[in-house]
Design a protein around this ligand. Structure first.
Ligand SMILES: [Zn+2]
Length: 461
């Protein structure tokens, strides 16, 4: 049964910008076809708008939204780096209960929807209570994240994090005790309990995320990956974000992080390496050969002073690129897309660094937009990121007369969107065919902002 035929001025699908076609959506919220409006469908004219596949945010820590604006100065006597920021982040992580987590996640997911993000991969490592003990239901906080996603209306992949130690010779200290995922059997049992719910909810799925080679003993990694693959779950991991991580890995194992992952059989098309900044050419080659996805988080990486993802090298090696908002310092995935390229321009003194071919005015924009959509979909193992028959109708529209993109012909429009779109131009957002943002408004935004405002007062005063 055909339910609706959406008729925007422009539609972007399968790497092409189309004019005067309809997106036909069936009554289960899936794309049935693109072309003529289907017979009997309710026609919805989207005049003056372009319709694009919803953005896929492959790496998020929702609770870190509480830190925005709170860490942007130098404290006397402190060398401000990633590591001093991490101490500040741990203080917040140590103090959020179930209700607080749900409030910040709901507000953060709402902000994502307003920016055209329709799917989020939440790298979820808060497991235990404020004293480091398991909740009565060990998935208490995971359920809170899921409830927040449901209330906001976003598609969620909950990437359940395995976390066992602070480092080579340190156990779990302070806030880290909340990250403890238990022994491997416990971890799998709790993850399976979450996944059981995924089969009955089309907006919810599960993956596993060994936090890093620092936080998970390497001898556990192989079994974890085998178990994940037996279930068909994607595997995500923080890899080589900081030089100190690589130094510690060499000191403990005599091997660099990517070398360890290759040794232990983790690398594969279902594996996503988050960051992958401190890597050498032979490691990029190993990631490419195994058809791994690398999730870059450029707005966070520049904010934390992490460094630059060697995206050109990775792309040349055959790695798929995805993007994440990570610390939520900004929630604008197209800013991450343009920053991926801009970082390389600044370091190399060249332009159009990630372009794959010459003389195609859409090529670079297509590549960057793919990182923000199909790359993330691949990382999360979900059939989203493009508007093709039988895919979920996850999309957003933009106002073609918004000052940030007005005046483009078809050859320039996608580049203008990728390099200059203001999130203000996002008008409608649909997840699984259901409009959750209409004309720039989300029905729950006022309530979730008010709750978040109260939470911030209680956290920071
Ligand atoms: Zn992260």
């Amino acid at each position: 049964v055909i339910e609706s035929a959406l008729q925007p001025d422009r539609l972007y699908a399968n790497g092409r910008l189309l004019r005067d076609v309809a997106l036909n959506v069936d009554d289960r919220g899936r794309v049935s076809s693109i072309g003529e409006p289907a017979a009997g469908a309710t026609r919805i004219r989207l005049a003056g708008k372009a319709l694009l596949p919803g953005l896929v945010n492959a790496h998020s820590h929702a609770f870190q939204r509480t830190l925005r604006g709170r860490t942007e100065w130098r404290r006397e006597g402190v060398a401000e780096t990633f590591w001093s920021w991490r101490e500040q982040m741990y203080r917040v992580a140590g103090g959020l209960g179930p209700e607080g987590l749900r409030i910040v996640a709901r507000s953060t997911f709402t902000e994502m929807l307003l920016a055209g993000i329709t799917t989020v991969g939440e790298f979820h490592y808060l497991h235990r209570d404020l004293n480091g003990r398991p909740y009565e239901d060990p998935n208490e906080l995971g359920w809170q994240i899921r409830a927040a996603a449901e209330e906001a209306g976003i598609r969620l992949s909950l990437l359940r994090v395995a976390y066992r130690r602070g480092g080579r010779s340190s156990g779990l200290e302070g806030a880290q005790r909340r990250f403890d995922s238990g022994d491997p059997e416990e971890f799998m049992r709790d993850t399976e309990a979450l996944a059981a719910r995924a089969s009955e909810d089309r907006l919810f799925s599960v993956g596993v995320a060994p936090h890093s080679v620092r936080a998970v003993p390497v001898e556990l990694l192989g079994d974890l990956a085998r178990e994940a693959r037996r279930h068909g779950w994607p595997i995500h991991m923080h890899v080589a974000e900081q030089a100190a991580e690589v130094t510690a890995s060499l000191a403990e194992h005599g091997r660099r992080p990517v070398e360890i992952l290759a040794d232990r059989g983790l690398l594969g098309p279902d594996f996503t390496a988050v960051h992958a900044i401190e890597i050498l050419p032979h490691e990029a080659a190993a990631l490419g050969q195994a058809l791994v996805t690398v999730c870059a988080c450029p707005t966070t990486e520049r904010n934390l002073g992490d460094g630059v993802v060697p995206a050109r090298l990775l792309q040349d090696c055959g790695v798929t690129l995805a993007l994440g908002t990570d610390s939520q310092v900004q929630i604008d995935l197209l800013e991450d897309a343009r920053e991926l390229e801009a970082h390389l321009r600044l370091t190399l003194g060249q332009r159009a660094v990630l372009a794959r071919k010459g003389d195609d005015p859409m090529d670079l924009a297509r590549t960057l937009f793919a990182a923000a959509t199909t790359g993330g979909a691949r990382a999360l193992g979900l059939p989203v990121g493009d508007l093709v028959a039988s895919a979920p109708a996850d999309f957003f529209t933009v106002d073609l007369r918004d000052p940030s993109i007005v005046g483009c012909d078809d050859a320039a429009l996608l580049s203008a969107l990728v390099f200059g779109l203001s999130p203000r131009a996002v008008r409608d957002v649909a997840v699984g065919g259901r409009l959750v943002v209409r004309d720039g408004h989300h029905a729950g935004a006022e309530r979730s902002s008010a709750a978040f405002e109260r939470l911030q007062v209680s956290l920071w005063s």
